[in-house]
Design a protein around this ligand. Structure first.
Ligand code: NAD
Length: 417
């Protein structure tokens, strides 16, 4: 990845940038730059050989003015307290910009899950769920999948919570498997919103996404689905990568075939006759659309100077550092910010929770239609703010919309003496 910008400092800078376009009282803006609380704890669990291991785990509840805290749980060696705090803030702003009635939260464990067996991961996840139990709940804080976690981990957390609480509460967590109360369309939702956001941006710029060349960095859940759906819109995916490197073919790939190759071999590399490229080369390819879909800090100011894409749709959270944003504004590169572009995940998580609460389940068609409405309306709201307030970029406009909504909710609740 690029430089080692502290993602929490990046978040605070983004809030300050937007604050300059609002007349929010400084005391209120400060509330919006720091989490309400952070759990930092030990998880001690048994390995298959009978020994015990202790790892650090975190859950940050950033802001609950608009509803229950909401956000994923990440398993990655790079997880830190500051990373989790930043990710929880991005969730609060994401929920607000798409007007989903949630606050923001995020959790993580600093491990590489590849180092553990499935039974070890189950014991670890259940230990985390036990620590989280007093904090989470259908109306309190609702975790979800993030990097290296998925339906399996969500089902374990739900089961632990329900067993300890002696109840059924499928809405305590989202991203569950269908038979455990999951929603149709949830797995594809993040990539779908990235594709929708890219389509809206091209329309707004009077350009056609059909025929646009596309590079995707990171080929997991978000990146591979975005690539397939952008391909469905007529885009031409010419480069993709994962943590072991990238592939490039100017004739374009079939993104679903690349995904099948990665599922089979563990990497995108080695697909067909494609030429190998480094991640840095992928990020600076001369393409119409770049989709960073890996982790934070993929593009810093130095790398941004070499970026040649016209539009960047952020599938990952925080892939651009604030100095990259400054460079890209100067170059007239349009960046669709993470808090809007990848908001499909939390939006369909919200639909899943609504279905869980009603015990009434929607068709995939309904989920996708409602998602399209939410993302296109949020896009219009962001562009209106960009044009009306003359913000330097779409990110600041999205934050202006989001902060306005949170501040309104806070103000309407009133302040206790
Ligand atoms: P994932 O684990 O499914 O995929 C991550 C991908 O990134 C993998 O292909 C991995 O090999 C690749 N990667 C890691 N380091 C890389 C590097 N240095 N260069 C290139 N590729 C690299 O995770 P995901 O769920 O797709 O999440 C990806 C990003 O999208 C994260 O920032 C996550 O927070 C964000 N996101 C995901 C969701 C969701 O619903 N899955 C929702 C919102 C945001």
């Amino acid at each position: 990845m690029g430089d080692q910008a502290n993602p929490f400092e990046s978040l605070q800078e983004q809030v300050d940038d937007a604050g300059a376009y609002l007349d929010t009282a400084p005391g209120v803006l400060d509330r919006l730059k720091n989490p309400e609380r952070v759990l930092e704890t030990n998880l001690t669990f048994e390995l298959d050989d009978g020994s015990l291991e202790t790892v650090r785990a975190y859950r940050s509840q950033f802001n609950g003015d608009r509803g229950p805290y909401k956000g994923g749980i990440r398993y990655h060696p790079g997880v830190t307290r500051d990373e989790v705090k930043a990710l929880s803030g991005w969730m609060a702003y994401k929920c607000a910009v798409v007007d989903v009635p949630y606050g923001g939260g995020k959790g993580g464990i600093a491990i590489d899950p590849a180092d553990y067996s499935e039974t070890e991961l189950e014991r670890l996840t259940r230990a985390f769920a036990t620590e989280l139990r007093p904090l989470i709940g259908e109306d309190r804080d609702i975790p979800a999948p993030d990097v290296n976690t998925g339906q399996r981990e969500m089902n374990w957390i739900k089961d632990t919570y329900e067993t300890l609480e002696n109840t059924t509460a499928p809405g305590v967590i989202t991203g569950k498997a269908l038979d455990s109360g999951g929603s149709e369309g949830r797995v594809e939702a993040t990539g779908r919103s990235v594709a929708l956001a890219a389509r809206e941006t091209f329309d707004w710029l009077d350009r056609d996404i059909a025929g646009a060349t596309v590079a995707v960095q990171g080929y997991g859940n978000a990146g591979s689905v975005a690539a397939a759906l952008i391909d469905d819109l007529g885009g031409d995916v010419v480069a993709v990568s994962d943590s072991s490197g990238g592939i490039h073919d100017s004739d374009g790939f079939d993104p679903r075939a690349v995904k099948a190759h990665k599922a089979e071999t563990g990497a995108v590399g080695g697909y067909g006759d494609a030429e190998s490229i480094t991640n840095e080369a992928l990020l600076t390819l001369d393409v119409d659309l770049l989709v960073p879909a890996a982790l934070e800090n993929a593009i810093n100011g130095d790398l941004a100077a070499d970026v040649r894409a016209d539009v960047i749709a952020e599938a990952a959270n925080g892939p651009l550092t604030p100095d990259a944003d400054e460079v890209l504004v100067e170059k007239d590169t349009y960046v669709v910010p993470d808090i809007l572009a990848n908001a499909g995940g939390v939006t369909v998580s919200y639909f899943e929770w609504v279905q869980n609460r009603q015990r009434f389940y929607w068709t995939e068609e309904r989920v996708n239609e409602e998602l399209e409405r939410v993302i296109t309306e949020a896009f219009e709201g962001m562009v209106d703010a960009y044009e009306a307030r003359d913000t330097p970029n779409l990110r600041t406009a999205a934050y202006v919309v989001a902060i306005d909504r949170i501040v309104d909710a806070y103000g309407q609740a009133g302040n206790w003496p």
